[in-house]
Write a new protein. Structure first.
Length: 541
């Protein structure tokens, strides 16, 4: 062993012993060759992430990597710790064969240009979802996990004939001469990652994207809009998901391996890109197939429940509630009132009218089937298709998903799960989320505003005298077309004129609200006002 005076001198010695140029080491670590030169000249010190990548690619044993990072991160005028520095003669003249197999130094500067595809190229971009949090909470577990991740990535890319030309942190960028090669690499990598037994708190989940086009090269590296598009496409996905652009889909759709399908996810706008992109998801046996909506500017949302009745006689209330929701300070609005008054029907009308005002749409969650607050998290998560993800804490995953979203969340029939009000407060930590709740009782949260929903006006005596009974909003609601199971009681006068019975008239305003509020969601029949049989699915909204 020999002593060296600085980290820069040690780095230069180690790099040369491994037969790496500054440019080759920079490509492996994911930084510029200028940075490597400055580090070796002791003009700057590496960031923690760069130091960790150097430790991996310079073959520092796992048990010594923490000391190595400390050594690299010391001030330039401080003495290095007692880290053994092997002499040149004791170092291998080239990386061990098992490391060459997965590309630690598989592309030194001498042959890098020959190995790089050119012309029409398919790019594979990957990234570990949520890696920052894992590094912050479990750095000791992440070091070997990242090394294993990198090994899997390089082995799969090399086996498919690809060229891993850059790593940035835990992100890989690889180029392939053909699109089927890139797809094969992505599938092999995801299957290996999915079945790996990780020692981290949760499995490493990698999102991937493939895009094809004619390359531009600058300073012996790929450049241009092509890379911007594949990077945005990857950022739109989720861990364990493989996304294809339209260009790549066109090249592989008739060459997909057995057990693999391509699912059309529609046309999406990607951040900062003018042209929308048709996006396809790879669906393969043994891999997750269901994911939340893409992280795009206007991801499609599920359709709202289709009301069984027309929306009648609530124009004034609709305008008042719209004004409340337009107030940026209104984060939680509860439509409150007795069962059957029309809360759900009013909320659906509001949701439909405001659907285009939220970049990430309007989402409707029916809480009526729940008997306790225990199932609220999973019910909301199911709406966003988060339950299919391999997550330890579904509530945390829901908060993370909503953090950067701008949407309206409609929580219907919240009186069944009032104990879950604190969850709503947690969700409102996402600045772009607005909640519209329907409930017989208020949620009693600090951010809550309450709008009391009343019955429709029913001026029975005056309307009878003027012969305008059928013109009132309540009666129009009762007489509107409705399912056969719903009946209105009538009695026939001597002249053949049909009229509402007194029993129906006494509660007509309330019962019309009930009819107009039917949401058709198939909830259990309940008693309406005055003990009369309610409509199919009592409207607690």
């Amino acid at each position: 062993m020999r002593e060296v005076s600085s980290f820069g001198a040690w780095l230069k010695l180690r790099r040369k012993a491994l037969d790496l140029t500054q440019e080759a080491l920079a490509r492996l670590v994911g930084c510029s060759a200028v940075s490597i030169r400055k580090i070796e000249a002791d003009e700057q010190r590496p960031s923690r992430q760069t130091a960790e990548r150097l430790a991996q690619h310079l073959q520092i044993p796992l048990e010594e990597q923490a000391t190595f990072v400390q050594f690299a991160r010391l001030g330039l005028d401080e003495a290095p710790p007692a880290l053994p520095i092997p002499a040149t003669a004791q170092l291998p003249s080239r990386p061990p064969q098992n490391l060459l197999d997965f590309g630690v130094a598989a592309h030194p500067a001498a042959d890098a240009h020959a190995a790089r595809p050119s012309g029409t190229v398919t790019f594979l971009f990957t990234d570990i979802e949520g890696s920052t949090r894992l590094w912050e909470h479990t750095p000791e577990a992440m070091r070997p996990a990242l090394a294993r991740h990198d090994q899997i990535m390089r082995e799969s890319i090399a086996a498919a004939g690809g060229y891993a030309y850059k790593t940035i942190g835990d992100a890989f960028q690889a180029a392939f001469a053909t699109a089927p090669q890139a797809l094969a690499a992505a599938l092999a990598t995801q299957r290996a990652l999915y079945t790996e037994a990780w020692d981290t708190p949760r499995p490493l989940r990698v999102r991937m994207a493939l895009h094809t086009g004619v390359t531009e090269e600058r300073d012996a590296d790929y450049a241009g809009p092509l890379l911007n598009r594949v990077a945005r496409l990857m950022a739109a996905g989720h861990g364990d998901q493989i996304l294809l652009s339209a260009a790549t889909h066109e090249l592989v759709w008739d060459q997909v391996p057995p057990g693999v399908a391509l699912r059309d996810l529609g046309v999406h706008r990607l951040k900062d890109l003018i042209r929308p992109e048709p996006i396809f998801q790879v669906v393969a046996a043994g891999l997750p197939a269901e994911f939340p909506p893409l992280h795009t500017i206007a991801a499609p949302t599920p359709p709202l429940p289709h009301p069984a009745t027309p929306f009648i006689g609530r124009a004034a209330e609709l305008a008042e509630i719209t004004a409340l929701l337009d107030d940026p300070a209104c984060r939680l609005l509860t439509l409150s009132g007795p069962g059957g008054i029309g809360k759900t029907r009013l909320a659906l009308a509001l949701a439909a009218e405001r659907a285009d005002r939220y970049p990430h749409g309007v989402w409707f969650v029916n809480l009526a089937p729940l008997s306790s607050a225990d199932g609220v998290v999973s019910t909301i998560a199911d709406t966003f298709k988060l339950s299919a993800l391999r997550v330890v804490d579904l509530k945390e995953a829901l908060r993370d998903y909503l953090r950067e979203k701008a949407l309206l969340l409609v929580l219907d029939n919240f009186e069944h799960v009032l104990e879950a009000a604190d969850l709503v407060a947690d969700l409102l930590a996402a600045p772009g989320v607005q909640v519209l709740a329907t409930s017989r009782e208020r949620l009693r949260l600090r951010a809550e505003r309450v709008y009391a929903v009343g019955g429709l006006p029913f001026p029975l005596d005056a309307a009878r005298r003027r012969g305008h009974l059928r013109r009132t909003a309540a009666v129009r609601g009762l007489c509107a077309p409705h399912p056969p199971a719903v009946h209105t009681r009538r009695r026939r006068h001597a002249g053949g004129r049909a009229d509402l019975s007194p029993g129906c008239g006494n509660a007509a305003g309330h019962r019309a609200g009930s009819r107009l509020g039917a949401d058709g969601a198939g909830r259990d029949d309940r008693r309406g006002a005055g003990g009369q049989p309610g409509h199919a699915g009592d409207d607690d909204a």
